[in-house]
Design a protein. Structure first.
Lengths: 415, 203
């Protein structure tokens, strides 16, 4: 019995309970992850992080939420009222919706019914997640536009450009998974990884997805849409109270959602890591949820680690990286994967497959070498230009001996 | 001077005569270089945080920390302040207000002629620069290391003379009382007075 058939047999009550469980899971995980992020980033910066509200500061996020809810709800006079209110709602609802197709456990028993901890199993589940993520961007774009203010508008614009660029790379990185799994359904993809995780087999896809999911969720170092130093708060500058809280919630649920999708597509979903397969039957199958959470949380840790380590990218660097590196690399990788897959499906001899693979590797190395040489030549050309300035040079004071004339002199002190 | 400012011709100058700073553009650090940054943040997680958990833990200040002011006393308990207002004049934030008054036989607060009758420091204005301490000719005004000066009203943050006066120590008597017998004010400043004399205990 496949997961789709298993879930199809659910009664309405079971579906409602599962929906509630998924929602509670998302909200709790968000609260905990806000706390966790602040603690971890704190430790990375040699400070303790929030530790005053409750044991270890555990209810800090809850206290912040209550504080936000009790604040005055402002709508700027220049704002487009309807859209201004609608934007955070779009943001918050869509991020929850993508969880509907994420398989959290395998076959389990819920109130005497055999089912799987997955709300629904669409044949195009991953496409659905991508679509929902794209709709979620409307929340940010509309928030920026409807605020009637410059910084939010810029933040919204950046965000739309950013998400569109990185979604292309993200979608392309998933194509390789579809080719290998032969399905777009999340549960089928998890089942197809029972022997080898796609994170290993399709490592370049995994790397591209991991990078683009950071871009997709507007997180550091790609948090250009809300860059504090440049755009005040970006798209949510004009938001306060519960509407701001919704954006905040949406950001973290989004992180969890893309991490969950990465877990599902590349890290074997709810399956135990290799060698620990015997744990999957513990607690009547519910134990698999723990493996799922652990994988999601390790992704979340990487998000936090990135934030604690890397500075924000400049906008043009960011766009250049997305369009000139990620997308071409993903297209080429998809071509290679498709060829290899076709070869193995048509029963090509092993030597041909290996020969093709090594040809590709050599080609990549050759191109890389060419790029390196071109870069070196460019740098050399620059150095020649430096030695003969063609511009007017200011007068040198007569007492030239007091000036540091060393070409390699560091620092500006003319002693 | 003007001929010096005339720009040199191109052939009169070589690039080596010009002082400029070599800007390190930095070579690409490579994959390992990037990993190094991640390693730094990762290992930092396991180090002890530098934070001083303030209300519970109070780190000692530096010895010369500029904290709340104190009006000192001579060893017999007489006040050192002579009400000269030099501190008030030195204050860049106009935080000090002094009113001097004459010492009399019955009301001898400090050695010599004058004493500070009213002495106020407004800690909403004070910037703790210490110029008042430098200005004080009798070393009456010094700063303590006390830094917990927050309060909830403006009035409470104007410190009066009794808030600023140093406490009475061993051998001191609460003024007003007469000066040490046989000593004048210059003896006081030379440090000849070591403690109060029994005859000064008039209260």
């Amino acid at each position: 019995m496949t997961t789709a058939e298993l879930i199809g047999a659910d009664s309405g009550g079971i579906i409602a309970i599962k929906a509630l469980l998924v929602f509670i899971f998302c909200v709790l995980l968000t609260l905990m992850s806000v706390w966790g992020e602040r603690r971890i980033v704190g430790r990375m910066q040699e400070r303790p992080g929030p530790n005053r509200v409750g044991p270890f500061g555990l209810i800090q996020a809850l206290a912040d939420g209550v504080k936000l809810a009790l604040k005055e709800d402002l709508i700027p006079a220049a704002a487009d009222k309807v859209v201004f209110v609608l934007a955070p709602i779009i943001s918050a609802t869509t991020c929850f919706m993508s969880f509907a197709v994420i398989p959290i456990t395998g076959e389990v028993t819920l109130f005497g019914h055999k089912t799987a901890m997955q709300l629904t199993d669409l044949p195009v589940g991953v496409l659905y997640v991508l679509a929902i993520a794209s709709v979620g961007v409307y929340g940010i774009v509309l928030a920026g536009w409807s605020s009637g203010s410059t910084y939010p508008l810029l933040g919204g614009l950046r965000s739309s450009a950013q998400v569109i660029s990185y979604e292309v790379a993200m979608g392309l990185s998933l194509v390789a998974v579809f080719i290998y799994a032969g399905s777009m359904s999340t549960s089928d993809i998890v089942a197809a990884q029972s022997t080898w995780w796609y994170g290993v087999v399709l490592f370049p896809s995994f790397a591209i997805y991991a990078i683009s999911m950071v871009g997709e969720t507007n997180r550091a170092p790609f948090d250009l849409a809300e860059a504090e130093g440049e755009l005040v708060g970006g798209f949510h500058t004009e938001y306060s109270s519960l509407k701001f809280a919704l954006f905040f919630l949406a950001e973290y649920v989004n992180i969890i959602a893309v991490s969950a999708l990465a877990t599902t597509l590349f890290l074997g979903g709810y399956h135990a890591p290799p060698g620990l397969g015997f744990t999957e039957s513990w607690l009547g199958g519910w134990f698999t949820a723990i493996w799922f959470f652990l994988k999601v949380l390790s992704f979340f840790f990487v998000f936090v680690w990135l934030r604690g380590t890397l500075p924000r990218l400049r906008y043009d660097q960011f766009m250049q990286f997305g369009w000139k590196i990620l997308i071409p690399v993903s297209i080429l990788w998809v071509l290679v994967v498709a060829t290899l897959r076709l070869m193995s499906l048509q029963g090509a001899p092993r030597t041909v497959v290996v020969g093709f693979a090594s040809f590709v590797v050599l080609l990549v190395m050759a191109v890389n070498l060419g790029f390196d040489n071109a870069k070196k030549k460019k740098l050399q050309a620059l150095e020649v230009e430096v030695s003969t300035p063609s511009f007017a040079v200011p007068t040198i004071p007569m007492s030239i001996s007091t000036i540091n004339v060393s070409k390699n002199g560091k620092g500006g002190d003319h002693v | 001077m003007s001929e010096q400012l005339e720009p040199l011709k191109k052939n009169e100058i070589s690039v080596n005569d010009v002082s400029y700073n070599h800007v390190e553009t930095g070579e690409s650090v490579g994959a390992l270089g990037h990993a190094k940054g991640f390693w730094v943040t990762f290992t930092k997680m396991f180090k002890k945080p530098l934070t001083v958990e303030y209300p519970e833990v109070k780190a000692p200040t530096q010895d010369r920390f500029h904290g709340r002011h104190q009006l000192n006393r001579h060893p017999d308990g007489l006040e050192k302040c002579i009400g000269c207002e030099l501190c008030a004049w030195a204050c860049p934030a106009d935080a000090i207000y002094v009113e001097g008054a004459n010492n009399t036989e019955e009301n001898q607060m400090s050695p010599g002629e004058r004493y500070g009758k009213v002495y106020q420091i407004n800690y909403l204005r004070c910037v703790f620069c210490g110029l008042c301490i430098e200005a004080c000719p009798t070393r009456a005004l010094t700063m303590t290391q006390e830094y917990e000066l927050a309060d909830d009203s403006r009035a409470k943050l104007i410190f009066e003379k009794e808030d600023l006066l140093a406490p009475l120590r061993q051998g001191m008597l609460m003024p007003p009382h007469p000066m040490y017998p046989g000593m004048d004010d210059s003896n006081y400043y030379k440090g000849d007075v070591k403690e109060a004399h029994p005859s000064q205990d008039v209260n």
